[in-house]
Design a protein around this ligand. Structure first.
Ligand SMILES: Cc1cc2nc3c(=O)[nH]c(=O)nc-3n(C[C@H](O)[C@H](O)[C@H](O)COP(=O)(O)OP(=O)(O)OC[C@H]3O[C@@H](n4cnc5c(N)ncnc54)[C@H](O)[C@@H]3O)c2cc1C
Length: 415
């Protein structure tokens, strides 16, 4: 009889928990090593969208010129800190090189497969009785203030139709009837019924409890220092809390993956993409579903238990300090679309680091150097949405099973 597999996951974000979930399901003994607390990274204060219709990669045709134009007008949600960081510069050039129609179609097709796979797995996961997290299937509204932008959205809708995803166009009156929290000055928008939402911090807390009951061991405040390696096998993870042995190691350290992988001789082209959110009590006139505010590139997410404004993308290194100008952009943005944009009191102002790859696709692969290491990072703007698909793929890889979907597009050999 095969002995029980001992697996260590480095990183206790949503990707780490998802890997733990499917590994426990397959009978592994699992330990998570986390530098801070479980769910303290990007998985804490994100917008909570299960954005299954979000196939179009960030590196789409026109993305660079559009953002330069918006930066010149002072309306861009993107900020790139002037720096002599050669790695970031190369990453940006490679991103720009991918903004071509054929690359977009290929990436969207590959992304669609893992998004679709993740929906089915979330369906099963969220049916668990102890995973209460304000989950709802209302869909998401995309709202335009400028009528010219409704045409851009029509182009997006035409692109999505062959994938079986169609947004419903809504004129101003239809939109106001569906969502009375919007200001009458809006131009119109689109309703996507494919997408769901939940409260990410509640999911992380509930999932942790569920997994712990099923045998997960968690080491918190146990920053990974380095690995002990024998030949091409990792034997131990050395942390500030001591050293831990396992048969297999999973690297799920999100935006910090390039740092944790450095000692292993792996080059992971992941950059931290900083985003902000403000969590409040529900405002008096609260939207009934999440709203993507098109011109501001930000999201408003309502839950039974609260309300969050989130967005912006900064390439400014690993600091998570709060920039008050960025935070006030979220409030100013929401004020342009919503009758009652803020709730009181403010519960939390937050910044987190998205693990961004330049082709906007995750990395899910075995290390080409160490035979017992699997890497799961680079989920960018969609880490919550892709968590279940990623976790199941990783667990299948640990057990040498062929994953249910083609994982070629997530391989390290593409870089
Ligand atoms: C403002 C904002 C809004 C977003 N909205 C959405 C959304 O609506 N939907 C969606 O799908 N995605 C969204 N995202 C993206 C999503 O949050 C991320 O893709 C996802 O959380 C990444 O998960 P992760 O587990 O890879 O990383 P993280 O949650 O960051 O977890 C990585 C963990 O690794 C730990 N770690 C790092 N170094 C070490 C070390 N040396 N030793 C031990 N542990 C270590 C960290 O402490 C951290 O807890 C948003 C992100 C932001 C910032």
């Amino acid at each position: 009889m095969e002995s029980k597999k001992e697996v260590i996951i480095i990183g206790g974000g949503v990707i780490g928990l998802a890997c733990a979930h499917y590994l426990l399901e397959q009978g592994a003994s699992v330990r998570i090593i986390e530098r801070d607390g479980i769910g303290d990274g990007a998985s804490h204060g994100n917008c909570g969208l299960l954005y299954f219709s979000d196939l179009i990669p960030l590196c789409a045709p026109g993305a660079v010129s559009h953002e330069i134009y918006r930066a010149l007008c002072g309306t861009s949600p993107l900020y790139i800190k002037p720096t002599l960081d050669f790695t970031l510069f190369t990453w940006l050039l490679k991103f720009a090189a991918r903004c071509r129609p054929r690359t977009m179609l290929r990436t969207a097709t590959q992304k669609n497969e893992i998004l679709h796979y993740s929906i089915g797995l979330f369906e099963q996961l969220l049916a668990l009785p102890d995973l209460g997290c304000d989950f709802e299937r209302t869909g998401i509204l995309t709202i335009c203030n400028d009528p010219k932008n409704l045409n851009n959205l029509k182009g997006k809708n035409d692109f999505l139709k062959p994938f079986g995803i169609g947004y419903t166009p809504l004129d101003r009156d239809q939109l106001l009837e569906l969502e009375p929290a919007l200001k009458p000055s809006i131009a119109g928008g689109w309703h996507s019924t494919f997408d769901w939402h939940l409260r990410p911090d509640m999911l992380m807390t509930a999932w942790r409890q569920n997994l712990t009951r099923r045998g997960l061991i968690i080491e918190e405040h146990a920053k990974l220092l380095d690995f002990e390696i024998s030949g091409n096998t990792i034997t131990h993870a050395n942390t500030v809390q001591g050293k831990f042995a396992a048969d297999t190691f999973i690297l799920a350290t999100g935006a910090w993956a390039p740092r944790t992988a450095k000692q292993l001789g792996l080059h992971l082209p992941v950059q931290p993409g900083k985003g902000y959110s403000i969590t409040m009590e529900r405002p008096g006139i609260c939207p009934g579903m999440p709203c993507f505010l098109y011109e501001k590139n930000m999201v408003v997410t309502p839950w039974t238990s609260g309300y969050r404004l989130g967005g912006t993308m900064e390439f400014s290194g690993y600091s998570t300090t709060l920039n008050t100008r960025r935070l006030s952009k979220l409030i100013n943005g929401a004020t342009q679309y919503l009758k009652d944009p803020t709730g009181h009191p403010v519960i939390e102002e937050w910044a987190g680091l998205r693990p961004m790859t330049y082709d906007d696709m995750p990395i899910i692969d075995r290390s080409p150097v160490q035979e017992n290491l699997i890497i799961a990072t680079g989920h960018g703007m969609l880490g919550l949405t892709l968590a279940t698909g990623t976790g199941k793929i990783v667990a299948d890889m640990v057990y040498d099973k062929t994953p249910d979907i083609n994982i070629g597009p997530f391989g390290l050999d593409r870089f």
